[in-house]
Design a protein around this ligand. Structure first.
Ligand code: CP
Length: 315
């Protein structure tokens, strides 16, 4: 049974197959053709954390595939009252695929381990395969083919989103420069790092000029924890860590100046939500090179391909 958890299990060919399927699905949608390949099938969407894009894109995607998606919030269901293993086994009896935004990747792995239905990690502390594969689609579109993407930069903090993006790109032969003064501790997966490093495509460097030179895309994500804030102000107990984080990461902020200075042709990507004034500036989001909203839309097209691929369907 196929699962999409960390992309460690997927080959370059698997990634390219899903990319081809996503491109076809998007083309068909643009042409007004139906792609209702999953009538009467249900996607279960279990969330232990909040979401805008992941929920909407999976739900809309499943509708467009002719099926149905059920949103299940762990806080308003019985998960807190009982054993996770028992509850998730019951949940999986109702659907064809489980999409799980979990606090802990180990719970996604546990759900997949029952091998009852395909499971997608929909952003745990370690992985975000749906984001990474969707970002491959966005880069393929904006470079007239993924084979034309030679170099990307991950700027800011290494985390769950960077893990899966770096591995997917490295498997595809894309050079990945990681410009990150810190790694988010809970996201660390030594096996994933080893697999990415063994491709020879991953470079860790803090020299921005070197990293950005001839880069096709720069990606970033939040390095400021939103728990530090209340009503737009820093909570008193978090002032010290807030100042430390700002000092450490601000040199790696993605801005129009960064692009215009070091890589004028480089496109700007952000998985959203954007924390303006921290990892990205307003002028970077509004920059002519930004492809952030296409990136958000492409979540839906790629996730339709992921669901079909998991169910061994073709398009
Ligand atoms: N990028 C992403 O996963 O967005 P949401 O948290 O809004 O789902």
């Amino acid at each position: 049974m196929r699962h999409l958890i960390s992309l460690k299990e997927q080959s370059k060919e698997d990634i390219l197959t899903m990319l081809t399927m996503a491109i076809r699905l998007k083309e068909k949608r643009s042409a007004g053709e139906l792609t209702n390949l999953l009538p009467n099938q249900t996607l279960i969407m279990l969330f232990q954390k909040t979401s805008t894009r992941t929920r909407l894109s999976f739900e809309a995607g499943m509708t467009e595939l002719g099926g149905h998606a059920i949103f299940l919030d762990s806080r308003t269901s019985q998960f807190s009252l009982t054993d996770f293993g028992d509850e998730i086994q019951a949940v999986m009896r109702y659907g064809a695929v489980l999409m799980f935004r979990a606090k802990k990747a180990e719970d996604v792995v546990r759900a997949a381990g029952f091998n009852k239905i395909p499971v997608i990690d929909a952003c745990s502390e370690k992985y975000h395969p749906a984001q990474a594969l969707s970002d491959i689609l966005t880069m393929a579109e904006h470079s007239s083919g993924i084979e034309n993407v030679k170099k990307i930069v991950w700027m800011g903090i290494e985390n769950n989103v960077s893990n899966t993006l770096i591995l997917a790109c490295a498997k595809l032969g894309i050079k990945v420069y990681i410009v990150a003064p810190e790694v988010n501790e809970p996201s660390i997966d030594p096996e994933l790092n080893r697999m990415a490093d063994e491709t020879g495509n991953v470079v860790r460097a803090l020299n921005i000029a070197e990293a950005m030179k001839d880069a096709d895309y720069v990606h970033t994500d939040t390095w400021m924890d939103m728990e530090y804030f209340e009503d737009g102000k820093v909570k008193p107990g978090f002032q010290k860590i807030y100042e430390e984080r700002k000092a450490k990461f601000m040199p790696y902020q993605v801005s129009a100046k960064l692009i215009d200075t070091y890589a004028p042709a480089c496109k700007i990507m952000h998985c959203m939500p954007c924390h303006i004034g921290y990892e990205i500036t307003r002028d970077a989001i509004d920059h002519k090179n930004a492809v952030i909203f296409n990136q958000a839309e492409n979540r839906m097209h790629m996730q339709k391909a992921m669901i079909l691929w998991l169910l061994n369907k073709e398009i």
